[in-house]
Design a protein around this ligand. Structure first.
Ligand SMILES: NC(=O)c1ccc[n+]([C@@H]2O[C@H](COP(=O)([O-])OP(=O)(O)OC[C@H]3O[C@@H](n4cnc5c(N)ncnc54)[C@H](O)[C@@H]3O)[C@@H](O)[C@H]2O)c1
Length: 325
């Protein structure tokens, strides 16, 4: 069954920045985790949330690099090592967080890799699916008691998972997510992983809603960041991201604008009582039709509740991790 969704009245839009979204919102006393919060959109997400008074915990694959990037920022920021392709690292991160705080108000599953050549983790899982989806699935499960505790204490907690309009490239092969029985292609692997991120939010919201933990998926827009490290300039020009002179397409956002929708999903009072939706441009995304501009819109397969459930079961099987009851 396809779960429909539609935009709401939002005072923010595609050119809003993360700083504008948090203006006037006091996050003191709140704990927020941002994975990969020291590069690209993650850096600006952390800047906005820490600037609004939250204690921000950054899960960093390279803690030394995170220290360097975040040193100049105001606010309370803790950096902890986290490699989302390594189950032991995720468990250790979860234990460190649980030793530090009793509640977690918001989790922003931001980290990802894109269009990488075929790589496999130590379990043999395809790296984009393992890092972008399975790692965040395990991480969210490990942090679940803290999210539920926050919701119990103050009525709400939120999990925001970065997806992408890349979900529109293709669907998810839930029977072969690791490209064992088909030839590996880097874009279908990214499209699949980002579809999985959105389907994860759809199912997670169902599980979290009775506890007061709500889940959202986000397309941040097109933004030049280190995410494009596996692509040549020629490939990016062929996709229309850059023109012949090397200027980005007019629809591209700054990193401050790119971080706005994740921050909006984490803090907006307008989303109170809502969840399980895919958001873009600081609003709930519109279902795609023939008039939808390239680079936006929601494909029906990421609203497919049966597929979301099957992905959940597959993720439990592949990680050996279940969400605590
Ligand atoms: N930049 C865009 O145009 C764009 C478009 C759509 C979606 N997104 C999504 O936005 C999110 C942020 O992307 P970005 O553009 O800021 O990219 P980025 O490359 O600047 O940041 C990604 C972060 O993920 C971290 N990361 C990668 N592998 C990891 C691992 N194994 N363990 C822990 N951390 C790991 C990196 O260290 C980095 O901090 C991603 O989920 C991406 O898919 C970005």
């Amino acid at each position: 069954m396809v779960s429909p969704q539609a935009p709401i009245d939002s005072p923010f839009g595609m050119r809003s920045t993360a700083k504008e979204v948090v203006a006037g919102i006091d996050l003191s006393g709140k704990t927020i985790i941002v994975t990969g919060g020291y590069s690209g959109l993650g850096t600006e997400t952390v800047r906005a949330l820490a600037g609004a008074g939250a204690h921000v915990i950054v899960g960093a694959r390279r803690p030394d690099a995170a220290e360097e990037v975040l040193a100049e920022m105001d606010g309370t920021i803790t950096i902890l090592p986290l490699d989302l392709s390594d189950p032991a690292s995720i468990d250790a991160f979860g234990e460190s967080v649980a030793a530090m705080v009793d509640t977690l108000d918001m989790l922003i599953n931001n980290a990802a890799i894109m269009a990488s050549p075929l790589m496999r983790d130590a379990r043999g899982y395809e790296m984009q699916f393992a890092t972008n989806h399975l790692g965040h699935f395990q991480l969210t499960a490990r942090l679940w008691p803290l999210l539920v505790a926050a919701a119990k204490a103050i009525g709400r907690a939120r999990v925001v998972t970065l997806s992408s309009v890349g979900h529109r490239l293709n669907g998810l092969d839930v029977d072969d997510p690791n490209f064992e029985n088909r030839e590996y292609e880097k874009w279908p692997a990214y499209g699949q992983a980002k579809s999985a991120n959105a389907l994860f939010a759809l199912e997670l919201d169902k599980i979290g809603k009775p506890h007061g933990v709500r889940a959202f998926a986000v397309h941040p827009g097109g933004i030049v960041t280190p995410l494009q490290r596996h692509l040549t300039m020629e490939e990016q020009k062929a996709m229309g991201w850059f023109d012949e002179d090397g200027n980005t397409h007019e629809s591209f956002k700054s990193v401050e604008e790119g971080a706005a929708t994740s921050v909006w999903c984490a803090v907006s009072p307008l989303l109170e009582g809502m969840g399980g939706v895919y958001c873009e441009d600081c609003n709930v995304g519109a279902m795609a039709d023939e008039n939808t501009p390239r680079g936006s819109g929601v494909s029906p397969h990421i609203r497919d509740e049966d597929l979301a459930q099957r992905l959940w079961v597959k993720s439990e099987e592949l990680t050996g991790v279940s969400f605590p009851a």
